[in-house]
Design a protein around this ligand. Structure first.
Ligand code: SF4
Length: 314
């Protein structure tokens, strides 16, 4: 997956002398060895700095930090280009896994029987599985569709961008998400109206997300109901360039104040419960990464989306 030779060639093309690596948590165990190899491979004494801050996506582009440290290139591992402008060049090294889901699809086929037109979606690391799945399903006389997202590659979704699926809503009977982890398939099920199935590569099973979607919707309704009685709101703005939604935060603040609530804009690279210590906040309005929803229990606070603010009047 991590090919030192190929990455070193790309770095040489940029004539970089000092690089700044951003790495997802899942690759951290291998990053030290990889960095050493790069330094050995790099011509003219390449220097490598490794950012150990968590990096969940290419929305988190640390070009200011890298530039301040004298780096002339960022190597962003595991993510596709988010379309952000950068002060220094960036290499997005996507790291795909060649996983053939055919054996799993054979087990899943029965559950997909009622659906003729299927929209395929996945995350960047499993994009090569799309072709395997397309061939398998087409042989079984299914019509297969792969949507074009606003960002990234055909068929690719992000936790904050399901345009590859929304593009197909009017065309398909259901969606088949392939990959691992529940963050993306659950987000997808909330974002579209058509049924979503999750071909879980880790759990080696096909899951119909109908019930889980209902559970998530109920949690969201409950959070909105709770927020109606909250008095003090902290509106989170992240300093990560791809998550920074200051205008949305300011609009939410204005709306909340018109409702007679107290609201403050809170700025953090990444919000953690400790950063809220000492602040009298009942409810968080999250304008940053939707992944924060997964941590709502840690915060022990009501968390809502900016879109939910208008519903507090209902
Ligand atoms: S905002 Fe969150 S979901 Fe979107 S790319 Fe960044 S980490 Fe992923």
């Amino acid at each position: 997956m991590l090919n030192v030779g190929s990455v070193a060639r790309k770095i040489r093309k940029h004539k970089a002398r000092r690089i700044f690596i951003q790495v997802p948590e899942g690759l951290k165990t291998r990053i030290l060895g990889f960095a050493r190899e790069l330094e050995k491979n790099g011509k003219r004494g390449l220097k490598v700095l490794i950012s150990v801050d968590p990096c969940y996506g290419a929305c988190d582009l640390r070009d200011n930090e890298a530039k301040a440290l004298g780096c002339d290139l960022i190597l962003h591992l595991g993510h596709s280009d988010f379309g952000l402008k950068s002060k220094i060049p960036v290499i997005y090294e996507e790291l795909r896994m060649d996983y053939d889901p055919t054996p799993l699809l054979m087990i899943a086929l029965n559950d997909l029987k009622p659906f003729k037109k299927i929209g395929l979606v996945t995350t960047v690391q499993f994009l090569s599985s799309l072709d395997h799945a397309r061939k398998f399903l087409q042989k079984r006389r299914k019509k297969v569709y792969v949507g074009s997202p606003r960002r990234g590659n055909p068929g690719q979704v992000l936790g904050c961008d399901f345009s590859a699926a929304k593009d197909l809503e009017g065309t398909v009977d259901c969606f088949l998400f392939m990959g691992s982890g529940t963050f993306h398939p659950l987000g997808l099920s909330m974002a579209v109206k058509k049924p979503v199935f999750f071909l879980d590569f880790e759990g080696t099973q096909l899951l119909d997300l109908k019930d889980e979607k209902r559970r998530m919707e109920n949690i969201r309704l409950l959070q909105i109901e709770n927020a109606k009685s909250c008095k003090s709101f902290g509106i989170l703005v992240s300093t990560k360039p791809g998550q920074m939604r200051i205008k949305t935060a300011e609009e939410s603040k204005e709306k909340l104040e018109k409702m007679g609530k107290k609201a403050w804009i809170l700025v953090a690279d990444e919000l953690t419960p400790e950063k809220l210590l000492g602040l009298q906040i009942d409810c968080i309005v999250n304008t940053a990464c939707p992944r924060m929803r997964e941590d709502s229990r840690l915060f022990k606070k009501t968390i809502i989306d900016p879109d939910d603010v208008d519903k507090l009047k209902e």
